[in-house]
Design a protein around this ligand. Structure first.
Ligand code: UD1
Length: 427
């Protein structure tokens, strides 16, 4: 198994280009199933989750071509309404083909999803929503079956502003008969991006980015040429990495407005930030200061940035309190940071972080995607060489992370730990 080897201490300096949004691209790829004709997507990140979605769409009969960050999807002649377990178990977002399949083919059979192990991640809002749109839904032997000759628009209330359920139900409602109103909808930038994409395909959607989204069903949608928004989580991760190494980093091809909840918190810990149209300059001179954080649905502090931020706060001056309000198990990586010398106490959904002057290298394991990002951030500032296992999680969501960090001066490489051990013995 490959691992990451990171020697801490290098100050990150330079410019790095941000890739397209993972979460945005995944929702849009599922949405592309709604159209007859070819859809071209640009700025698609080359990461594990996108490859999984490509395979899922291919298994349904969609024709897909890829070239660099460009992807074309032709779902005119779908041949299957079944998304198999082997693919859906790898990534929760692939469950969101259910609604588009019912809308296009009248039925769907989709395995119950997998994805990062960060707490209970039910699909009840998705299932209830599709039922509210008039589909017959049944779950059996690990699969969800849904059937409807034509979905019917209806009012839907989400108990929590779930990003995935908002996106999924928005796509399902596009071809429904009549008007759907989603109340307590998520307002994440990726929801707005999906609405913009669907609208370009011919859908009628109002209110995306607010808590009430109205979708007026149309008869058909057509293929389009669309550019995915920048990945705000990748940009945020590089900002945090710059801060922990007291570096000087500019991220380009970014969308500063999507990081509105993150940038003020980085400023609070002492980072100097200069945001322009599509770039953000992060500079950190002194040791970071402690701060308190509560994760919330957008425009609150994003849960995906909680983990790398805790890594930063573990070397801050003072004590920070971080409360996770979205996923109850998104603190599993804390024990790994503790192995690196972090002083963190967890009480339920709250982490109390007493900043240490210095972390130290240790063998650690990434348990999910953003936990992996947190460990990389911590390792960049730790004394000695940290060995990070479980890097398949990082590959799911960060494009060329090692190359990008190397270009900023980090000492990081990936290698097979067995072979590396042999090489060291022979030397
Ligand atoms: C998406 C993002 C993920 C991010 C999360 C929260 C993708 C591919 N992933 O995940 O990176 O961390 O939003 O911003 O876009 N919930 C239910 N029932 C449901 C659906 C959700 O109870 O049917 C709950 C979840 O358990 C969680 C909360 O709602 O507590 C938010 O989840 P949700 O926004 O749906 O997350 P995802 O869309 O899975």
């Amino acid at each position: 198994m490959e691992k990451l080897f990171v020697t801490g201490g290098a100050r990150l300096q330079g410019t790095v280009r941000i890739s397209g949004s993972k979460n945005g691209a995944l929702a849009i790829m599922a949405g592309a199933l709604l159209a007859s004709g070819r859809t071209t997507l640009r700025n698609v990140p080359k990461i594990g989750d996108i490859f999984t979605m490509v395979e899922t769409l291919r298994s349904l009969g969609a024709e897909i071509e890829t070239n660099g960050d460009w992807l074309s999807i032709d779902a005119t002649n779908l041949t299957s309404c079944e998304a198999p377990y082997e693919l859906v178990k790898q990534m929760r977002a692939s469950f969101c083909v259910l609604g588009p399949l019912v809308a296009r083919l009248g039925r769907a059979k989709v395995a119950m999803p997998g994805g990062c192990d960060i707490g209970s991640r039910p699909i009840d809002y998705h299932v209830k929503g599709i039922q509210t749109l008039g589909a017959y839904v049944d779950t059996d032997h690990g699969y969800v079956y849904a059937e409807s000759l034509r979905l019917r628009g209806a009012p839907i209330y989400l108990d929590f502003p779930s990003a995935g359920a908002t996106q999924h139900l928005m796509t399902a409602a596009c071809l429904a008969e009549g008007v759907t109103v989603i109340q307590n909808a998520a307002a994440e930038p990726e929801v707005v991006d999906l609405a913009r994409f669907l609208t370009q395909m011919g859908a009628r959607i109002d209110g995306a980015g607010t808590t009430t989204v109205k979708i007026t069903g149309v008869r058909e949608l057509h293929g389009v040429d669309y550019t995915i928004i920048p990945d705000r989580m990748e940009a945020g991760t590089f900002g945090i990495a710059a801060a922990i190494t007291r570096g000087d980093v500019t991220v380009t091809a970014a969308a500063p407005e999507h990081l509105e909840p993150v940038l003020p918190k980085l400023q609070e810990v002492g980072a100097r930030i200069d945001a322009q149209n599509d770039s953000i300059h992060f500079r950190m001179v002194d040791r970071p200061l402690a701060t308190d954080i509560m994760t919330m649905p957008h425009p609150g502090f994003p849960t995906d940035m909680q983990q790398p931020m805790v890594a930063l706060l573990s070397v801050a001056e003072g004590t920070s309190v971080v409360t996770e309000n979205v996923y109850e198990r998104r603190f599993k990586y804390i024990s790994e940071l503790q192995r690196m010398g972090a002083d963190i106490k967890q009480e339920g959904r709250t982490a109390i972080i007493k900043g240490m002057p210095q972390l130290t290298a240790a063998p650690v394991t990434a348990t999910d995607l953003r936990a992996g990002a947190a460990l990389v951030v911590a390792a960049l500032a730790a004394e000695g060489q940290t060995e990070i296992a479980g890097i398949e999680h990082i590959d799911r969501g960060y494009e060329n992370l090692v190359d990008k960090l190397c270009s900023l001066g980090a000492e990081i490489y990936r290698a097979d730990s067995e072979r590396r051990g042999t090489a060291l013995c022979l030397a």
